[in-house]
Design a binder for this molecule. Structure first.
Ligand code: DX5
Ligand code: ZN
Length: 211
């Protein structure tokens, strides 16, 4: 069964606690937290302090997506703030193998994210150190962008690469009921969605529609 990971990027930050509680009640499987540093991507969101302050209000796993230029120095901050899964961008990690080992040493699950132009080949020699692969189906930085169909082939190729291993494939960006179906058909296990979950305010209906 496919898992739904709403991105709190689309939540009302002025009511973050209520939003997180509502998302859990609506049937979300985990909480996707988009961390942007204004350098790796042209947008700035929130840091470990915000995550730590919402941690007491939900049992959902924090699926932390680091869109930052220098993730290595931040791994421990997010581990302490309550992250369960830490995903770094392959493009931002010159020593990806070491970074993944550090995430695991902190007791967390490790993920690798790939921008739309990045080949899945970068995963080939770190498969034993990852729990999930995050395929960006838009260029990272903003919610509400259109899905890039060329990523479907990448999802299928990764599915082939991870055969026989316990590695989940997650997709992020432009996911709606239509693109969700295409991604799951290609092999996606986890769907991240911001706009499609938060639009209109009926979170349960929106999450059910994605499933
Ligand atoms: C984009 C973020 C996504 C974003 C998805 O850089 O990584 O998680 O919130 O938003 P939607 O679902 O609106 O495309
Ligand atoms: Zn994300």
């Amino acid at each position: 069964m496919v898992l739904i990971a709403p991105s709190i990027l689309s939540a009302d930050f002025g009511r973050l606690r209520e939003e997180v509680e509502a998302i859990e009640k609506a049937g979300a499987d985990m909480l996707h937290c988009d961390i942007m540093d204004g350098h790796y991507v042209p947008n700035l969101t929130f840091g470990p302090g915000v995550l730590q302050s919402i941690r007491p209000y939900t049992k959902l796993d924090f699926d932390v997506h680091l869109m930052v230029k220098k993730p290595d120095k931040m791994l421990e901050w997010f581990a302490k703030a309550g992250a369960d899964i830490l995903t770094v961008h392959a493009e931002a990690c010159p020593h990806l193998d070491r970074t993944l080992a550090e995430i695991r040493a902190l007791g967390l699950k490790a993920g690798v994210s790939l921008n739309p132009a990045t080949s899945e080949e970068v995963l080939a020699y770190v498969l034993d150190k990852i729990n999930q692969v995050l395929v960006m189906t838009v260029n990272p930085g903003f919610g509400g962008q259109s899905f890039i169909p060329a990523q479907l082939a990448k999802i299928s190729r990764i599915k082939e690469m991870v055969k026989g291993r316990d590695i989940k494939i997650e997709v992020d960006g432009g996911i709606n009921p239509l693109t969700a179906a295409e991604c799951t058909a290609a092999g996606a296990d986890i769907l991240v969605a911001g706009t499609a979950v938060f639009a209109g305010g009926d979170y349960k209906k929106n999450i059910d529609a994605l499933r």
